[in-house]
Design a protein around this ligand. Sequence first.
Ligand code: GLN
Length: 488
Amino acid sequence: MYTLTATELHARFLDHTFSAEEITRYFLKRIEKFDPEIGAFLATFPERALSKARELDARYARGEKVGKLAAIPIGIKDNIHVKDELTTCASKFLINYRALFDATATKLLEAEDAIIIGKTNLDEFAMGSSNEHSALQETSNPWCLDCVPGGSSGGSAAAVAARLCPITLGSDTGGSVRQPAAFCGVVGLKPTYGRVSRYGLVAFGSSLDQIGPMAVSTEDVALVMEVLGRRDPHDATSIQAHSDDYLAQFDGHFEGKKIGIPLAFLKDLNPEASACFDRAIEVLKTLGCEIVEIDLDILKYSIATYYIIATAEASTNLARFDGIRFGVRAKEAKNLTDAYSLSRTAGFGPEVKKRILLGTYVLSAGFQDAYYKQASKVRAKIIESFEQAFQQCDAIATPVAPTAAFPKNAIRCPLNMYLQDIYTIGVNLAHLPAISVPSGFNGAKKPFGLQLIGAKREDPLICRLAHAYEKAAPYSREIPEKFDREVE
Ligand code: GLN
């Protein structure tokens, strides 16, 4: 069962090879057996999952209609609400916070009969690129247990890579779905901003955040998008998306489609990553794509721009965690000011504090013009450059990250860690869709990812392209050796 994609698993449920209960027990057992070594899950929901599975089996036995995701176990990043369960955001601050409502994404998955199996680890409040900022638990990369799984949706990526469940949800503010997907050799999509509702996702940078699926195959990612990609009145930035038919009319041909490559911007890529990227481009050519050079040099400013805008938004969003309305209240507090400051001092980890400080600084009266407003202007230029690029091409290809997964504790300098996001962040600033699809391995058998970026609302196009790429170069079906076996 573990070698199957979600789509295949769902088909085996429909043809009565497996019941939903069997599937659920099977994956719960894999989690129990393998996750102590990986640390992908912060919580599992055996009772909830099994009762949903039994209910589904009974309904199916009565001949009733079942949903598109029936019997597929799904893990959810622990910054997305599942009603009555903890939403910790991997922070000590929210260790006691139970969600009062379902995120729209959770609701839509369950309405299509997915089985919510547990919550996955992340960098605290989704701030990070390695999962090393989780205040609760370490997560290891299933391809190399000494290495990070990437971040911030590292738990979600590692869970799929070790086939602890076939689909997970992550969130992507600057690369947090795509970079861990690349590090763990799975597929991950960051949808067009507004395509998936943010209602019930704990906000980090509200103008950047998107929930996105991670899975074993592009087909599975597309399937989840057909379920999640709808307008939601609970999210004021939610958009009306047209196509919910991602792969159905797809014939696999890309003759004449133009793929833009920002060659100058990629010139400093390390040789290993660069060789892998070149091979991926050759594959795209064999699909009939035409390669054109585009200019996205402006993206060299994207990290500086992002770390002003994202921290500004984070400092505002995280103001609600005060120990009164949300979060653990410091016991020693004697008055209101104490309650705020002691609770925040004890509750937030160092990376989160750093970002709140930076964000408050760039928004402060004396510096707003120099930093926040300036960054907003550069953001507008970045958007413009992408628009110009899309006049020359149908999609853009880049690597996902500058390197393969790195060893834990290897990157000490925060600025070097921020460089991890150099190829992913511009996409969030410009509200574009982008997919990360496995594109091979380095000599140490660590995965790389190819990023395909689409114009706004072109999520189906990049899924089709990734799907065709994956057919020609099926790296996403490879499983880390250690976890490529049944549990007894
Ligand atoms: N790595 C980036 C950051 O640290 C992006 C995180 C994300 O996408 N949530 O902010």
